[in-house]
Ligand binder design. Structure first.
Ligand SMILES: Nc1nc2c(ncn2[C@@H]2O[C@H](COP(=O)(O)OP(=O)(O)OP(=O)(O)O)[C@@H](O)[C@H]2O)c(=O)[nH]1
Ligand SMILES: [Mg+2]
Ligand SMILES: [Zn+2]
Length: 439
């Protein structure tokens, strides 16, 4: 796939943040990627990668020329040499991190979330969401297609476990050592013509990076300088901590007789993905990494929202029958646009917080001791429990049964609270469109 370079008329960002290694650099320091087929080999990425270079010659159209006088159209980070899609040079960059224990439902959440947002954002919020680079989002497309566009809707499917190595990571040779970096999923978010901020599109539009880490990368000790796979946490505009009630023995006990989900069954019957990780340990470890990398003192609260995403709602909804999974959007009077019903979200969050406090108080205490603003949002990525395949013993879900609950709410809330002008929210009868953008 080829990209066109940012043209001279478009405003360039004063500083670009690399979504791979989080290095910040002025756009003129950007490297270009050779396109002549003979110019292969990069010292940081390996012999099979095209040569990166700092241009000294340009075509009349302003494209950089490689050593063989071929026009090049792709740019790369001067620090890690990985390619950056053009929107990173033109739009404000934001990143959101999804974290949580192994098998807590991060990958299913991400797949249902991006599928849902691609529809909800343009239809209700008049915001276009597109892949900033289709090739780096290919894995997510596979997940979305498997669950939502399957040709055999009765055949159970399963998203594979996210590994700590492999095609979701890049390995970069830094001379004396190599580092492993997680591949971001990248999207552009831009107001469409009907959006009230359309005229201010340049400031409001964003390029968003999302990361799907393996749960193991959040375990204590896993954040090494050679594998800084979770450094994005400190840069994230909102943190999404996925808490999975089915992994907590106290929740499994509370759900006895109230859930048919195989994941809620007593431990002896649990399947091979059982991992026995304490989820509060993961949250504590993540908060410490953010404190360390963001330079926060122990007594300071983090400024960006922490959203505790309570996953697999379908498996525990009977514990809290008074909260509803109906949609939480309201039409803005006189405008062809909807906004989030913040009051309803806050009420739901308070009820979920109360439930968590009675079953696993340490999660609530850690969360509210870390960030200024904490929400507890229930979601179900599938709206239906998985089934055990009698032949393999593995869990799978029939695409026909998939019907997500509230899956876009955490991210929409994150946009609303931490970026300006894209997603509005109702507070009573008033709509707040422009929350303060937090630095
Ligand atoms: N009942 C129910 N089960 C779910 C839901 N989402 C995911 N699961 C199940 O949870 C298991 C793990 O989900 P993943 O999304 O792969 O977990 P993960 O957090 O990405 O795990 P790692 O990749 O190991 O870090 C799968 O067996 C799913 O069937 C949900 O909304 N409801
Ligand atoms: Mg995963
Ligand atoms: Zn980089």
């Amino acid at each position: 796939m080829t990209h066109s370079p940012p043209s001279a008329e478009l405003t360039l960002q004063a500083k670009v943040t690399c979504p791979h290694c989080w290095h910040q650099f002025p756009p003129e320091e950007s490297l270009w990627v050779s396109e002549h087929p003979d110019l292969l080999g990069d010292p940081k990425l390996g012999f099979q990668f095209a040569k990166r270079f700092l241009p000294s010659r340009f075509s009349v159209e302003g494209d950089a020329l490689d050593e063989e006088c071929h026009k090049s159209t792709k740019m790369a980070c001067p620090h890690c040499h990985l390619e950056l899609p053009p929107p990173h040079y033109q739009l404000n960059n934001i990143c959101f991190s999804i974290l949580g224990a192994p098998a807590c439902g991060k990958s299913y959440f991400l797949a249902s979330l991006t599928w849902g947002l691609r529809q909800t954002l343009p239809k209700r919020f008049m915001v276009a969401m597109n892949d900033a680079d289709a090739s780096s989002n290919a894995r997510l497309h596979d997940y979305e297609e498997m669950q939502f566009l399957s040709g055999e809707p009765d055949k159970p499917v399963a998203i594979e476990k996210t590994e700590e190595q492999g095609d979701l990571y890049d390995v970069v040779n830094m001379g004396d050592h190599s580092i492993t970096l997680p591949r971001p999923f990248m999207f552009t978010l831009q107001p469409t013509r009907k959006h009230p901020s359309y005229a201010n599109s340049r400031n409001v539009s964003k390029v968003m990076s999302l990361y799907d880490n393996a749960g193991e990368s959040f375990l204590p000790g896993a954040d090494k300088s050679t594998s800084p796979v979770t450094r994005h946490l400190a840069l994230s505009k909102a943190l999404f901590f996925c808490f999975d009630p089915t992994q907590d023995p106290r929740f499994r006990k509370a759900c006895e007789g109230k859930s048919s989900d195989p994941q809620m069954q007593p431990r002896a019957q649990r399947l091979e993905r059982e991992n026995n990780v304490r989820q509060d340990t993961i949250l504590v470890e993540a908060t410490q990494r953010v404190r360390r990398h963001a330079g926060l003192r122990e007594d300071q609260l983090h400024k960006q929202p922490l959203i505790v995403v309570v996953t697999k709602w379908d498996s525990w909804h009977q514990l809290l029958p008074e909260i509803s999974n109906e949609e939480t959007y309201k039409v803005v009077p006189g405008l062809p646009i909807q906004a989030l019903d913040i009051e309803r979200i806050i009420n739901t969050s308070a009820k979920v917080e109360q439930m968590l406090e009675s079953v696993c108080p340490e999660i609530v205490a850690t969360a509210i001791g870390f960030a200024e603003e904490v929400f507890f949002i229930p979601i179900s990525a599938t709206g239906h429990g998985p089934e055990v395949d009698p032949e393999t013993g593995a869990l799978g879900i029939r695409p026909r049964d998939i019907n997500p609950w509230w899956v876009e709410v955490p991210l929409l809330l994150g946009f609303h609270r931490s970026t300006r002008g894209l997603v509005g929210g109702f507070y009573g009868n008033k709509v707040a469109e422009n929350q303060q953008e937090k630095k």
